[in-house]
Design a protein around this ligand. Structure first.
Ligand code: ADP
Ligand code: MG
Length: 478
């Protein structure tokens, strides 16, 4: 059997978290009583006029800038005409030939590497209502609350090569829209969905073969299963000398199979034309610049900063996952000499503690100077890592106003490195274990670990490990 490569391009729909709908002031809200958020404008009743929502435009520009796209200074809206019960207007307002953002790319994270996925364009459009076919036996239900909700559609180049990359792309977009606060990125509630265009080709080929488009995948699990099934189906066709037909497919989560909705021959003619009710939209460079200036630090920018500070790729990933955490950590660590130690402490102790106590980041009790002083005690070997993380830190979280040094003293946590103290303890241990000393002298060098353990026990964890090890060796070899 030949080896094949999977080729995937995505059309990702992002539901925006604007106050109101794309072309009228019906509120945007998930989970409201069905059909309560629907005005005559959402229904395009005669005599009603749509109006462009500035918030949607600004959020589109925000996303475009973050993805390094170029922003169209003049953009317009088209009607995409088709009939469906959840589309009360009989057409969807979208952007067909002059989308708001062109080009750009998203770097996706694959294990410990980045891969660039090029974006073809991003356009603005509106969502349809929701049809429910599974509630009643004899008829379907329609909820029009969602009709007119502002969407951005991100169309990628066919740069993805696996379900893992689809997952990484969707995760990257979800993270980004949350950073930008333009959408909650919630796939379960349908705020983020994608159509997957899938084709295969012999490994090494650069041709683009006939593709199938799997519509409306609203969970990462389904997207993975759909891609896996589709790759297998297409591979079997090709292996049997048959051709893949360009089709639009739907995925059934129960059977985990895709099945055709329509093929290329019966493709719908949407009769696109410019919406006569919406004038072309001009965007000024000043408006773009203003948005650029107020842009937040982006996830990959934090990631790079953290790596520049010496953190591992994975730790940088963990700490840049959510914007609030990234901002909090970077504020604490900025200017500090030992960011790696701080990252360890933050990831292992601070984050779990905050989550457990359900404490908001802005209420983190330890001040920056105290946090630095605490970490310095560990860094300078004045207290051990273990007593720092396990004893001093919890005490400090309860008494954040106390100076860490004083607290450590009160708790008697300072490591003892002075020779007299250690020598006395080691002598005691050697006297208590004559057999083991003999064995050691006869070559069982591994027993050194045993003596160190005893020393730690006797000193209650306060023996400075480095000094102790040296001294112990000296006394054993004497
Ligand atoms: P259309 O105009 O028919 O919608 P596009 O060229 O705009 O088609 O592509 C739609 C999506 O399909 C894009 O995400 C693109 O990357 C993807 N795509 C195009 N050709 C292929 C292919 N051969 N294999 C996989 N995906 C593809
Ligand atoms: Mg398309």
């Amino acid at each position: 059997m030949k080896s094949y490569e999977t080729v995937i391009g995505l059309e990702v729909h992002v539901q925006l978290n604007t106050q109101s709908k794309a072309f009228c002031n019906d509120p945007v809200q998930f989970g409201a009583e069905p059909n309560t958020l629907v005005s005559p404008i959402s229904l395009a009743h005669p005599g009603t006029l749509p109006k462009i929502n500035k918030e949607q435009v600004n959020k589109a520009i925000q996303l475009g800038l973050a993805l390094d796209a170029s922003i169209s200074l003049r953009t317009d809206f088209d009607r995409k005409n088709y009939f469906y019960p959840d589309l009360p207007k009989g057409y969807q307002i979208t952007q067909d030939h002059q989308p708001i953002c062109i080009g750009g790319s998203l770097m996706i994270r694959m294990k410990d590497q980045w891969k660039r996925i090029r974006i073809h364009h991003i356009h603005m459009e509106e969502d349809a209502g929701k049809s429910m076919h599974d509630q009643e036996d004899d008829y379907s239900l329609v909820d029009l609350n969602r009709a007119g909700t502002p969407l951005l559609e991100i169309v990628t180049e066919p740069d993805l090569r696996s379900a893992d990359e689809v997952d990484a792309f969707m995760s990257g977009i979800r993270q980004l829209v949350r950073y930008l606060d333009i959408s909650d990125g919630n796939m379960q509630e349908g705020s983020l969905r994608c159509d997957c265009n899938v084709s295969i080709r012999p490994l090494g080929s650069t041709e683009l073969n006939a593709r199938c488009e799997i519509k409306n995948l609203n969970s990462m699990r389904f997207a993975r299963q759909a891609v896996a099934y589709e790759v297998q189906r297409q591979t079997e066709l090709v292996e049997n000398g048959l051709e893949v037909e360009q089709q639009t497919l739907t995925f059934d989560p129960v059977s985990r199979k895709t099945s055709p909705i329509r093929s290329k021959e019966d493709a719908i003619d949407y009769r696109y034309f410019p919406d006569p009710d919406l004038p072309p939209l001009k965007i000024s460079p000043v408006q773009i610049e203003k948005i650029q200036k107020s842009q937040v630090t982006l996830p990959w920018e934090y990631h790079q900063t953290f790596q520049d500070w010496g953190l591992s790729f994975d730790d940088a990933t963990i700490l840049s996952e959510e914007m609030e955490i990234a901002a909090h950590f970077s504020k604490l660590a900025e200017g500090y000499n030992h960011p790696v130690l701080m990252a360890n402490c933050y990831i292992q102790k601070i984050r779990p503690w905050l989550a457990e106590q359900n404490i908001e980041l802005k209420n983190f009790p330890i001040s920056k100077p105290h946090f630095w002083e605490f970490l310095d005690l560990i860094q300078d070997n004045k207290i051990s890592n273990t007593s720092g993380f396990e004893k001093l830190l919890p005490a400090l979280l309860n008494n954040p106003n106390k100076k860490p040094g004083e607290l450590a003293k009160e708790m008697d946590l300072f490591q003892k490195g002075d020779a007299d103290f250690l020598e006395n303890l080691i002598r005691e241990i050697l006297n208590e274990n004559p057999d083991k000393v003999k064995a050691y002298k006869n070559g069982k060098k591994g027993l050194k670990g045993f003596f160190m353990g005893e020393l730690m026990k006797k000193s209650k964890g306060k023996a400075n490990p480095q000094t102790s090890a040296n001294l112990l060796e000296k006394m054993l070899d004497a």
